[in-house]
Structure formats: C-alpha cells, structure tokens
Design a protein around this ligand. Structure first.
Ligand SMILES: [Zn+2]
Length: 457
C-alpha cells in the first residue's frame, strides 16, 4: 500500500489544506481465499492422496474457484447459491460451500465499495452477516458506515474487526477515525498507539502514525473543552466560550453556501452530515503537524478551521472565506466519491467559489507572474512543489477556473462534474473534454497564452 497516496498536503497562499483519502479508499479489498479442500490420506502406506469430494463436486469446486480467482464474484456467488439449491450435494461439500458464501458476498461487496457504491455493498454485507460474517465483512461495513457518518454503528463493527485482526493497520486507523467522530479521543489514542507499535511499518507509515498520534492527543485535550451541535447538513464541534456566540452565523454560512454550490455544480443533496471542527489557534497548529505557520484551514475528510480573536475583528469575512473554501473541497470529495481530483481543479474551484459574489472576488497578477506551470505540476498535489511554485500553482489554478468561467460560463463546472467515471482516477483530460477542449494540454496552452499577456478574467 502506498501510504503517500493517502495524505496529500496541499499548500495555498493564505490557506493550507490537507486532503486525506486515507480512510475509505480503493486499495484495501481483503485478500480472501477459498481454501482448497484438504487432501485426506487414506492410510500411511501406498494409496495416493484422494480428493475429499466426488469428481462432480471437484468440478464444481474448480468452476467456483475459477470464477472467484478471476474476479467474477457475482458469478461465483450465483453459482454457489445455485449449487446449494440443487440439494444433492454431499454433506462435506455442502458445508464447505456454505462457509464460502460470506466470503463470496464480502468480496462482491468490496468490489461495490471500490466502484463507490456503498449502499449496494451494505445490502450485500448485511446478508453476509446473516450467513456468518468473516472479519473483512465487519471491516467493509465499518468503511461504508463511516462514509455515511453513522459513527456508532461503524465503531461497533470496527471494534469487532480489530478484535479479530489486531494487527491490521487500516482497521486500527478506521476504528480510530470512528472514535474521533464520537468524541472518544482517548480510545482513538490507544488504537493509534497500538498501531504505532507494529513492527512491519515503513518509515513513512511510522512518521505518519506518529503525527496522527500527536494530533489525536491534542484533539483529546481539546475535545474535553469542545461541544457539538447539528444543523441540517453539518455537525460542528466548537469551543464553548470562544465560539458559541458565532455559531448561528457559521451554520448560516455553511448551509447557504452548500445550497449555492450544489445548485451551481449540479450536486446531489448532502445526505450525511459534514463534520466541521473549530479550534483555537494554538490547537490547530498541533493538529496539522508539519503544516506551515500561515495555514488557515484544512479538509482531511473533516473541515478543520482555527477561529480566533483576529478573525472575529475582521467581521468574520475571513472565516467565511475559509469555511466556503473548505466546503468546496468537502462537496467535491463527496461528488468524486473521495477519489482525488486534479489539484488545479480542486484548488481552483475552492478559491473561485469561496469568493463568488463576494468582495474578495478580484484577481491580481503579481509583479512578475512568471511562466505558466506544466501540466504535471498543476495536476499533482502541490506539496511536491517548492513554496514559491506552490503559491504560483494556487494562483494559476484559480486563473484556470476563472478563464473557464468567463470564456464560457459558470455552468461549465456543472458539465465537467456530470457523469464522472464510476471508478478509477479522475483525470484533467476527462474533465476538460466536458468543457469542450481536446485535451488538458490544449486548454493549458490557451490559458497560458492569456496569462503571459496578463489578461484578467
Ligand atoms: Zn484548498
């Protein structure tokens, strides 16, 4: 597993975001095996080992494993269920086959999860539970329930999974994630701590876990002071004395901006709450270890924002901008089913929409704007760039989206986000074709031409 795919730190002039796809992503379908029937030896001496099943049943076995091993889980499940209905199986084979049903169902469910269809996966998983859940069934349920923000049930399944597989890193992380949402920070710390003791971690995983652990300990301390409140689509945690007075305005910003962005981008209604956590300035620094001093907000599956006295003096305008910026990331993440989008698109839209129809909506070139960045630099997480390049990448991402909005109109984004591929990465070429360009490189060249002439869009 490539850990770095999970945490992409994105820099922005005035903002800092971390988008973590760490939790419910596509790389951890369990490795399931249908055990080959055990070879029985008849006696110690001469006889060759015999298959435990009849030749007909060995053929069933071969057919089933062929389907299974070539990823035809739906076909394999159907086949197994049809065999069981036939009723003329030996008890040995029948029992063996019945034990495979939850394995087949869980594998099929993982396939659905990979294609972003958790509702369908969940139906299959609950059926698997009735037939005898295997550990991966529980993990898969945890993944889907966590995605649906059904934290109590998610944590129950994940607790069970961790009991079965205490050495599973992803399981520990998922469990800690559910505990965090439930405000059970101390237990989350214990799980991260257990995971950091694993002996097979890479250096990168170790560093990552140590950062997570540090952050969770701060959250545990902060959590004691935090209270939470729901609105229609948001679950906001805040510090009672510092933030409470501003909650109505914060909820209003979040709810009305969600309506505005959903309409503009043609998004489905948000049907599970988006988490927003307000921190003190100091605590926020600690929950993003390694983040730059000037960071202003982040989205890592939850919107995390520092909210302090300086911001209150600015009449909440800056807080509104940050909340709207991170909200765009959150909504795009839901739209893409948590797959990563090209960074220029994600960050460009976040900046554009944060200031849409507001006083901060202008665009200014720097004294020497420099060349337009390469396709590669604009596509990948900006953390791979130097600080100066990252600043340029943010500005040029905004310029790209402004160019599209002005040369066409804002509906271009709705078109770009329509009919996303059901699985796999979402590429710049895929998105830009919806805006009428042959390729992202062609579009980039047009935009670069306008950039060097300092045309303001
Ligand atoms: Zn951002």
């Amino acid at each position: 597993m490539n850990w770095s795919r999970f945490i992409n730190f994105l820099l922005i002039v005035g903002f800092f975001n971390a988008i973590s796809f760490g939790i419910y992503d596509f790389w951890f379908r369990p490795k399931l095996f249908i055990n080959k029937p055990q070879i029985k030896t008849v006696s110690k001496i001469a006889d060759p080992p015999a298959d435990p099943f009849s030749s007909t049943e060995m053929e069933y076995f071969r057919q089933l494993t062929l389907k299974y091993n070539t990823g035809q889980f739906e076909g394999a499940l159907k086949y197994a269920e049809e065999l069981l209905l036939k009723g003329d199986l030996s008890s040995g084979f029948g029992n063996w086959l019945r034990q495979q049903i939850p394995v087949l169902m869980t594998s099929l469910a993982w396939l659905k999860i990979q294609s972003g269809d958790c509702p369908e996966a969940q139906k299959i998983l609950y059926r698997a539970v009735q037939r005898g859940a295997i550990p991966e069934t529980k993990k898969a349920l945890g993944v889907c329930l966590l995605g649906a923000k059904e934290w109590p049930e998610a944590s129950t399944w994940l607790a069970d999974f961790v009991k079965d597989r205490p050495q599973d890193l992803e399981g520990r992380l998922l469990f800690a994630d559910s505990l965090e949402s439930l405000g059970r920070f101390d237990e989350a710390v214990l799980n991260l701590d257990a995971a950091s003791q694993f002996t097979d971690l890479t250096a990168e995983q170790k560093l990552n876990l140590s950062n997570k652990l540090t952050a969770m300990k701060v959250k545990a301390q902060e959590g004691l002071k935090q209270k939470s409140e729901f609105s229609r689509r948001f679950y906001v945690s805040y510090l009672e004395h510092e933030h409470e007075a501003y909650l109505p305005q914060i909820f209003e910003t979040l709810e009305s901006s969600t309506d505005e962005f959903s309409e503009l981008l043609g998004l489905e209604p948000v049907n599970s709450p988006i988490e927003v956590i307000l921190y003190s300035k100091e605590a926020f620094r600690s929950v993003i270890p390694g983040g730059p001093e000037w960071s202003e907000g982040m989205f890592d599956g939850r919107i995390r924002v520092p909210f302090h006295a300086d911001m209150k003096r600015q009449n909440l305008s800056l807080l509104t901008t940050i909340l709207r910026h991170e909200l765009v990331h959150a909504l795009l993440s839901i739209r893409s089913k948590r797959r990563s989008l090209p960074t220029w698109f994600d960050e460009g839209l976040a900046q554009l929409l944060a200031c849409r129809l507001r006083e901060c909506s202008g665009f200014r070139f720097g004294v020497s704007p420099g060349d337009f960045l390469s396709q590669k630099m604009l596509n990948e997480p900006f953390v791979t760039l130097t600080t100066i390049e990252a600043g340029m990448a943010y500005q040029q991402s905004l310029y790209l989206t402004r160019f599209l909005a002005k040369t066409q109109n804002e509906d271009v984004f709705k078109s770009m986000l329509r009919d996303l591929e059901p699985a796999g990465p979402i590429t710049s070429d895929f998105l830009i074709r919806k805006a009428g360009y042959d390729s992202f490189e062609k579009a980039r060249q047009s935009v670069a031409g306008a950039w060097v002439k300092k045309l303001v869009y």
